[in-house]
Design a binder for this molecule. Sequence first.
Ligand code: ZN
Length: 92
Amino acid sequence: MCNDGRRVLPCPFCGGPAKVHKQFDGFRKVRGYYISCNKKGCPIFASTRVKSDKAAVIDEWNARISPSVSTLKYITELREEIKDLKAKLSKP
Ligand SMILES: [Zn+2]
């Protein structure tokens, strides 16, 4: 899906298509935009907050933590835990 030349990435949880929604005020004037997963049965029902700036909402939705970064962080945490356990076990 393209919006203002920006591509909206699929849902990070189920891979389903994401949709840009308009939120209206009481006078049918657009108050802001938000993006949510548009796939029925999405296990997370991911959604952004409403913002008046459509481009900012798209950037927010598209922001992802790289799997490699999160995996490296997890490995680092595990290494620290192993180090702590080894230190505890080596104490008399
Ligand atoms: Zn989804």
